[in-house]
Design a protein around this ligand. Sequence first.
Ligand SMILES: [Ca+2]
Ligand SMILES: [Ca+2]
Ligand SMILES: [Ca+2]
Ligand SMILES: [Ca+2]
Length: 239
Amino acid sequence: MKTATGIAALALIACAASAEFIRRSSPLESPAAMINFEDRTLPRFTEITNQYQAQGVVFPTPVQWNRILNDFPNITGNRVGTNPPFSLRVRFTQPQTRAAFAIGCNSSVLQVRAKLGEQALETVVINMALFDPTNVIGFEGVTFDEIEVTQLSQSGSPGMIIDTIHFGSTQPSCDSIDFNGDGLFPDNQDLVDFLSVFGGGACSNDPSCGDLDFNNDGLFPDNEDIRSLLRVFGGGACT
Ligand SMILES: [Ca+2]
Ligand SMILES: [Ca+2]
Ligand SMILES: [Ca+2]
Ligand SMILES: [Ca+2]
């Protein structure tokens, strides 16, 4: 009875995990990949679609290569932009749980979306000022394959530029949420089994069950592994 109540509470916590909008003044710590467009020199306004596919990013709506004298916060040297259309889409070739980029525009109202397979998972509407220092925007804690920014309104010339696209993490990744290795997931039985083994008990599908170091940081038994498991179970990020 005690266990059942505990699991119900944990399942509620797991379901509460949700996408988090990122807005900050500097790039994310320890990204696995970074595109700053300094690896090549192209004529101004060259259309960019899949030239960065090998690095993990494509632009389903073409953007234009640019280099302007003005540097914005987190936007230096080469960058890409749109003018028009007023929608800018950064598509990742692999689903991500963490990605951001720097954006520059005249004072605008921007709609920012995390999407997966063309479906919007999360939508926020923000104000962005010219030379706004908090211009690094993105999402984490949800699995998505595109960030789409739409300029809903602006003062002055329309258009947006972006630079410093960064995503992923060099931090260790988590184990499968199919902890008991029975092929079923997400499944509350995996939580039951994990907590059982964590408490020194048995696992329902031994010897196919996983290890207690769920977040693979080398520490176990550790409450942080339970928190990571619940986050990932709820669709969130490993760390
Ligand atoms: Ca750059
Ligand atoms: Ca399972
Ligand atoms: Ca492990
Ligand atoms: Ca651990």
